[in-house]
Ligand binder design. Structure first.
Ligand SMILES: Nc1ncnc2c1ncn2[C@@H]1O[C@H](COP(=O)(O)OP(=O)(O)OP(=O)(O)O)[C@@H](O)[C@H]1O
Length: 278
């Protein structure tokens, strides 16, 4: 099997508001972490929801582990761990009770593994979830997603709300998760430094369309940011320009080539999201 996830020509338009995903296509290779980057409302959660079938797509095909995703195919969902930014855990339960619930739900539930994450994330076992902070609740959701032998993790803003050391712990856990080369992660985040740290490839989405789908190393080694006067900008070879943003006195340009400043993912994101994509 080449790709763990194949998304082909995914389209979804909401009747209310009219936002639409347009021909979203990408693949996720086994053993890789894909960073999913886009501004608020770009369509990240809609894409992830459409992949797992919680949002009904209009057109397109999603294959996970080579099988087309259709509603009700629980055997596939067993293999997918999902964490959304809006954590919805039963508030009345403690970690101990929650563990028993998930033990009954997932065929491949691993109690020892769950408690090892509970330890690692310093979560209290006997307090009700209601008393947990947002970051603690996120950690519980991630611990659950990691403890049922999933082959694929879909993490929508899973690092949001975690303090820097908590985020670092989580990123290490995620790296270990894919280290056997068989499992993969799609990670959406506004914290581009997290993505820069662990992603193997990056997908940039804006207004429901994919702008860029590229290996991280290739992006960082083959693209540069240049600050040009308007005149210099006009004389740049058009084929080299990926995106540009006109500032008051100069133009920031993302170019393919060796001339200019090596960009960070954050700078590339701002240019792609705020600038004009060519
Ligand atoms: N159920 C819905 N009905 C109508 N519009 C919706 C619905 N769900 C999402 N949208 C719209 O779809 C667009 C994309 O939303 P989505 O949640 O996918 O963005 P996102 O990239 O995940 O954003 P964020 O970074 O803010 O979480 C937004 O304009 C949103 O208002």
């Amino acid at each position: 099997m080449n790709a763990l996830v194949e998304v082909n020509e995914l389209n979804k338009t909401f009747k209310q508001g009219g936002f639409g995903l347009e021909n979203i296509s990408f693949t996720i290779k086994p053993g890789s972490i894909v960073g999913f980057i886009g501004e608020n409302g770009a369509g990240k959660s809609t894409t992830i929801g459409s992949i797992i079938g919680s949002i009904r797509k209009d057109h397109g095909v999603v294959r996970i582990f080579g099988q087309e995703m259709q509603d009700g195919k629980d055997f596939v969902k067993e293999d997918i761990g999902v964490v959304f930014d809006t954590v919805q855990l039963p508030e009345e339960l403690t970690i101990v009770k929650l563990e028993r619930v998930f033990n009954g739900i997932y065929r491949n539930w691993n109690k020892e593994m769950f408690y090892s994450y509970v330890e690692q994330f310093s979560l209290p076992r006997k307090k009700k979830i209601r008393s947990f902070s947002r970051g603690m609740s996120m950690k519980v959701s991630v611990a659950v997603a990691l403890s049922h032998d999933a082959k694929l993790l879909l993490l929508d803003e899973a690092t949001a709300g975690l303090d820097p050391s908590g985020r670092d712990d989580l990123l290490n856990v995620l790296r270990t998760f894919v280290s056997d080369g068989k499992r993969s992660i799609l990670l959406s985040s506004h914290i581009t430094s997290d993505i820069e740290k662990i992603a193997d490839s990056l997908i940039f989405i804006k207004g429901g369309r994919i702008l860029f789908d590229i290996e991280k190393e290739s992006l960082l080694s083959t693209y540069r940011i240049r600050s040009c006067t308007k005149k210099e900008f006009d004389s740049l070879p058009k084929a080299e320009i990926v995106a540009y943003r006109e500032q008051e006195t100069f133009v920031s340009v993302l170019v393919k080539g060796k001339e200019g400043k090596a960009p960070s993912i954050d700078e590339i994101t701002v240019l792609l999201m705020r600038g004009v994509h060519v």
